[in-house]
Design a protein around this ligand. Structure first.
Ligand SMILES: [Zn+2]
Length: 117
């Protein structure tokens, strides 16, 4: 089973820093970048997410990392669970499915017929 590793997934900018440390031209560019990313996400069927951000300087940051790791490990266990389709007989793990979904639809016959082996 894969092992959880911490990594940087997001770029976070503090609004107060943007206000105080960028000029008007930089603010315009930042706004254009935001608009471009948001519109492309929506065009690709992705939702407009919002996030909870934790400064790693805070004493509770380590607790948040533990929560993230626990959730990742639960999802990894699901990805590694062998499933079999009761309709067509396909057998495999979610991690092997080329569609990368996390539901119970068979990647071979597309029926909702996957069961844990
Ligand atoms: Zn099937």
């Amino acid at each position: 089973m894969a092992k959880f590793e911490r990594y940087n997934k997001y770029l976070v900018l503090k609004l107060e820093d943007i206000e105080n440390f960028t000029n008007n031209e930089q603010k315009k560019w930042l706004s254009r970048i935001q608009y471009s990313i948001r519109s492309h996400r929506l065009a690709h069927g992705k939702k407009d997410n919002s996030y909870v951000v934790v400064n790693e300087d805070q004493p509770y940051a380590e607790k948040v990392w533990v929560l993230i790791q626990e959730q990742w490990e639960r999802e990894e266990k699901e990805r590694q669970t062998t499933r079999k389709c009761s309709n067509c007989g396909w057998e495999g793990k979610e991690s092997e499915c080329q569609f990368g979904h996390n539901d119970f639809y068979c990647p071979s016959c597309c029926q909702e017929a996957l069961e844990v082996v």
